[in-house]
Structures are given as C-alpha cells and as structure tokens.
Design a protein around this ligand. Structure first.
Ligand SMILES: [Fe+2]
Length: 118
C-alpha cells in the first residue's frame, strides 16, 4: 500500500471522519524543540473490532518517516508522538507534517499540517 494513494477528507461524512487522521500540535516550534504530536480520527472514532480496525498510524515530514505505531483491535485509534524539530539554521522555514492512518478494510488516509520553525 503506497502512501501516495492515501485518501483525504473531502465530503466530511461519517465514513471519512472515521478514517481521516487529524494532527493536533503547536503551530510554531523552536529549532530542536521536542514537541507533542497527537494523531486521532476526525471527529468520529473508528471501530476497533475483530476483522475491522486501524492497523497503523504513521507520521512523516515531507517524504521522511518520523514515527509509526502498529495497532490491534485492542488499542484506541490514536497516538501521541514526541518529535524533535529541525536544528538551528531552519528558522523561518515551514515543515509539512503528514499523518497516515491505515484501516485494514478501507485503506490508507492522510492529513497534512504545516508548522513554522521560529
Ligand atoms: Fe474502516
């Protein structure tokens, strides 16, 4: 399953809200700051049951993988990662975080959020 095929929330119906990850984190960070990135579904929690569950949650900056958590039907479909901002010299730049959520029946979904480095 390629991340380039990931779907995003378009209509905002319950099916999409159940599968689209949302990123909650600060909008502005300092160089090398460790900050919290919470990823969860967009308003409607996805079921976690035998045969239908969120199998992984991943986080990338651009194309670079930062973190990933594999889940089972016994886990809550959300995750908190602690991420280190880029080093000094990147002040004024913007980094694009992309969260991925993979449902074993309904495929991969993504959400993007830009964060400024100050
Ligand atoms: Fe699903």
């Amino acid at each position: 399953m390629s991340c380039t095929e990931a779907k995003t929330l378009k209509e905002g119906n319950d099916f999409e809200k159940k599968h689209t990850p949302i990123i909650e984190c600060k909008d502005i960070v300092n160089p090398e700051e460790i900050f919290e990135v919470k990823i969860h579904t967009a308003g409607v929690e996805h079921p976690m049951e035998d045969g239908h569950f969120i199998q992984f949650i991943g986080l990338r900056i651009g194309d670079i993988p930062l973190a990933r958590a594999d889940l089972t039907q016994y886990a809550k479909p959300e995750m908190v990662f602690h991420i280190k901002a880029p080093s000094k010299g990147h002040e004024g730049s913007v980094m694009k975080l992309t969260a991925y959520m993979y449902c074993n029946l309904h495929g991969i979904w993504k959400y993007e959020k830009e964060i400024k480095i100050e």
